[in-house]
Write a protein of this length. Structure first.
Length: 423
């Protein structure tokens, strides 16, 4: 049961903790539920089943992340269309990840799965069926690939928490998870999972030596109730078939989530071709304009060749590292447009353990903010910017550090490319 939580690094961080100490810690760190301006409980399970069918079984394969991302994508595609079932193929997403060379096996991180999703789309489960015992060596057909084109360049990630297996989720992150669900959006969650995989009524905190990293599920509901450890529980969709748990669903206490959730990501599905770019500007091709820092950021910037980290998910397998060193520092770059018009912008950056929270500005006007901290280096995914009117000729994009995540070791920025879509 491999996870989007980059499980290969997790076991090295295992700490032996006494059960009593863990329980006391979890109780002390429970979310401040009284301050949450959210419904007492939300349950999307019936709506999810109606949209994508009952939970399916991953079998012996380490493919839980594919199952989770495909489930979330299917539900979001259903919401975008407003009708119809969207039962997509987990096997196809696994094939797509191998095709873009980001993975050679079934075990995917979230960013690998979403990169494959955006680049190569999806197909219906009936068009590329799942094999329970071993990953498919079938040759992809042109007919199936043509069907996948409908679902390419239609997705944006909603990062509730980027991968971090070294610290517990904050109250703010758990609040954001519940907020996503309360707004009708399921969330894929990677976490430490019990070594003893027996079904129980609710997952409560157990010692660290009794879990492994990890497993991925889809959180579809929550209930705030002081009768449960941590003040409530999350309801989740597993990938063990509909005979597991209650129709394929289970419950995780807030206390367990506070201790063992590692990363959380939702999706949005947009109309066909919504993010097909008209213009693409690679980071290394942008013209440096100015910097508010004392050092020359442009001359200090360096191209990081990332194929040794993850192939196929940065454009050209590289990105530009900007060594900003303090809050308020910024780097400004220019790009030229052949014609004026209204454009949506997709910014593709990099997240890392020494990167900051950045504000993105177009022609000097703030347009969005994003936290680029992650305990491991990974692509940010598409940072979506709403439509803006841009002039023919020179325009500028400013990357400004406004603060940093409490765990971040620095204020750096990594930029891959920017894409402009005609609105």
């Amino acid at each position: 049961m491999q996870s989007g939580s980059q499980e290969a690094s997790l076991l090295g961080h295992v700490l032996v903790v006494l059960k009593l100490c863990v329980l006391l810690f979890a109780a002390q760190e429970s979310p401040d539920l009284d301050s949450w301006d959210l419904p007492q409980s939300v349950d999307l399970s019936s709506s999810v089943n109606a949209a994508i069918g009952a939970p399916r079984d991953q079998g012996v394969r380490l493919s839980c992340t594919s199952f989770a991302i495909v489930a979330v994508a299917g539900y979001e595609a259903h919401l975008e269309a407003g009708r119809g079932k969207r039962v997509f193929s987990e096997e196809y997403l696994l094939w797509a990840a191998r095709e873009i060379e980001t993975s050679s096996n079934d075990a995917l991180a979230f960013f690998q799965a979403t990169a494959a999703l955006d680049q190569l789309g999806l197909v219906k489960a009936k068009d590329f069926g799942y094999e329970l015992d071993a990953y498919s060596h079938r040759t992809m057909t042109k007919k199936v690939l043509r069907k996948s084109e409908e679902w390419r360049a239609r997705w944006t990630e909603i990062w509730v928490r980027r991968f971090d297996d070294e610290s517990s989720p904050t109250d703010s992150e758990l609040y954001s998870l519940c907020k996503e669900i309360s707004q009708g959006h399921p969330v894929a969650v990677g976490m430490f999972w019990p070594l003893d995989d027996r079904i129980s009524d609710i997952m409560e905190v157990i010692p660290r030596e009794e879990v492994f990293g990890g497993h991925t599920v889809v959180v579809v509901g929550y209930c705030r109730d002081e009768a449960f450890p941590g003040g409530g529980y999350f309801q989740f969709r597993n990938s063990r078939g509909d005979e597991w748990g209650e129709g394929g669903y289970g419950r995780i206490s807030f206390a367990y989530a506070k201790e063992y959730f590692n990363d959380m990501v939702g999706l949005r599905c947009w109309p066909k071709g919504h993010w097909e770019p008209k213009y693409v500007f690679e980071a290394e091709d942008l013209r440096p304009v100015t910097s508010t820092t004392s050092e020359d950021v442009a001359s200090d910037a360096k191209i990081v060749h990332a194929a040794n980290l993850w192939r196929g998910i940065w454009s050209g397998d590289s990105y530009m590292h900007l060594p900003l060193r303090e809050s308020g520092a910024s780097a400004v770059y220019a790009f030229d447009l052949p014609r004026s018009g209204d454009y949506r912008l997709g910014v593709f950056a990099t997240a890392a353990r020494d990167y900051g929270v950045i504000q993105i500005e177009l022609n000097g006007e703030p347009v969005t903010e994003v936290d680029l901290y992650s305990s491991g280096t990974s692509p940010s995914g598409r940072i979506a910017v709403d439509s803006n009117t841009l002039d023919k000729g020179e325009n500028t994009i400013t990357l400004r550090v406004v603060r940093k995540h409490p765990k971040s070791e620095g204020y750096g920025i990594g930029l891959d490319r920017i894409e402009l879509v005609v609105d």
